[in-house]
Design a protein around this ligand. Structure first.
Ligand SMILES: Nc1ncnc2c1ncn2[C@@H]1O[C@H](COP(=O)(O)OP(=O)(O)OP(=O)(O)O)[C@@H](O)[C@H]1O
Ligand SMILES: Nc1nc2c(c(=O)[nH]1)N=C(CO)CN2
Ligand SMILES: [Mg+2]
Length: 211
């Protein structure tokens, strides 16, 4: 999705949460300054996705049960949304890609990185400290922002980690996208999280994915 297409959603999200773009823009600049000018891992991310069957794993409480129903993991490019990486690693699955705003368990993000997962690390106004502490330790990183993209910090569209996985897969031309570990009606989450899940439903709905 081009930024011009994404921007109206971004403006509406900022308004809904009472945020301004400035903090996100500063966070994106910081992330940019920590990364190489080109993004060596991006070509690999594209290779993993284009024309491939992709499975996106969210971190709903149903994830483990949903995982048990997947017959053959190796036919998929596996994308984990943040905390889902911990459940996947526990079950012996190393995701190809982890999409994270770095509030998942840092040990698990580092373990996945050391096992070859590419971490699509998202900078926003509220995770600057995590960006500072974790990004220098990662070996395979692609930087993202929800604000206007920079030369080496991308915006594939999407807001929360789970829907950003799906936008990434769409944008880079996945052949199919299977989604597990999503429960967008989960009532056991905080009001802020529920609001994020509502946005996920709306954004995915506009991609033609109704869950
Ligand atoms: N019931 C659910 N509870 C939590 N996450 C869910 C649920 N259903 C779908 N997801 C997706 O799984 C993603 C990863 O979940 P996790 O709990 O790690 O999120 P998070 O990192 O706290 O969320 P975020 O940083 O996006 O606010 C979420 O971004 C969300 O899109
Ligand atoms: N400023 C800000 N941006 C976000 C936040 C958040 O808590 N604050 N959470 C997100 C979920 O991944 C995505 N973007
Ligand atoms: Mg997160």
């Amino acid at each position: 999705m081009r930024y011009e297409q994404w921007e109206p959603y971004y403006r509406a999200i900022l308004q809904d949460f009472g945020w301004t773009a400035e903090g996100d823009e500063k966070a994106a600049e910081l992330l940019s300054s920590m990364l190489p000018e080109d993004t060596p891992c991006l070509a690999r991310v594209e290779e993993l996705i284009r024309g491939k069957e992709v499975i996106v794993c969210g971190k709903a409480p149903t994830l483990q049960k949903d995982m048990a129903k997947v017959d053959w993991w190796y036919k998929y490019t596996v994308i984990a949304a943040d905390g889902a990486v911990s459940t996947l690693l526990d079950q012996g699955i190393v995701p190809d890609i982890v999409v994270s705003d770095l509030d998942g368990r840092h040990e698990d993000l580092l373990e996945a990185d050391s096992l070859g997962s590419i971490i699509v690390a998202h900078a926003h106004a509220d995770n600057v400290e995590a960006v500072k502490s974790l990004v220098p330790k990662l070996r395979h990183v692609v930087g993202t922002t929800q604000a206007r993209p920079l030369r080496n910090v991308y915006n594939f569209g999407g807001f929360s980690d789970g829907d950003r996985c799906v936008f990434l897969a769409k944008e880079l031309g996945a052949k199919s996208i299977k989604i597990i570990g999503f429960d967008l009606d989960d009532t056991k989450v905080t009001p802020k999280k529920l609001k994020k899940l509502k946005w996920a439903r709306r954004l995915l709905g506009d991609l033609g994915i109704n869950i």
